[in-house]
Design a binder for this molecule. Structure first.
Ligand code: HEC
Length: 146
């Protein structure tokens, strides 16, 4: 009987210590996981000067979001990757089709599961020059709000 009580006592004393050790272990794993792996090198990147058609001004681009080769490549991948949609079936390119001047040429755009939206997708060409976006101008670039 005494042994059982002793065991219980020692388990109760050990439990908080075990929890602390576990927390410490998790914390060190987290810290190690967050450290930069010296073996993984950042790919070379360079800011790119966009080629704008004659007569077009150079678009205003925030200093902290200048176009680089990597950013452009990533944007292209994300644009055509359906993984961003809730059920991984629709990408930006599903509604803004490259062969339809980045529209879908439908009356109403088609969302997930064939559900119709209330508007159609306008072209996204030259949006770099637009202060407002969407059919009702509901998004203003400088406000960052809808
Ligand atoms: C289901 C179809 C659909 C998908 C998918 C979609 N869009 Fe759109 N997009 C629209 C519609 C519809 C509008 C117009 C919305 C409005 O006026 O309220 C629009 C508007 C826009 C506009 C505003 C253009 C302007 O001239 O005002 C941009 C920019 C845009 N989309 C980019 C994207 C990007 C980037 C993605 C992917 C992350 C995306 N869209 C995915 C349908 C879609």
């Amino acid at each position: 009987m005494k042994t059982t009580i002793d065991n219980l006592y020692s388990i109760q004393t050990l439990l908080p210590i075990g929890r602390r050790v576990l927390m410490l272990l998790l914390l060190s794993i987290f810290i190690v996981a967050c450290q930069k792996d010296p073996a993984i090198e950042e790919p070379e990147d360079e800011v790119i000067t966009l080629q704008v058609p004659k007569g077009f001004p150079y678009p205003k681009i925030p200093d902290d979001n200048q176009p680089t080769r990597n950013r452009i490549d990533l944007g292209k991948k994300i644009f055509f990757d359906p993984i961003l949609s809730r059920d991984s079936t629709i990408s930006c390119g599903s509604c803004h089709l490259t062969d339809k001047k980045f529209t879908d040429s439908l009356q109403f755009s088609v969302g997930i599961g064939g559900k119709l939206t209330t508007r159609n997708s306008m072209t996204i060409l030259n949006t770099a020059y637009q202060p407002n976006m969407f059919w009702d101008g509901g998004y203003h670039r400088s406000s960052n709000k809808y």
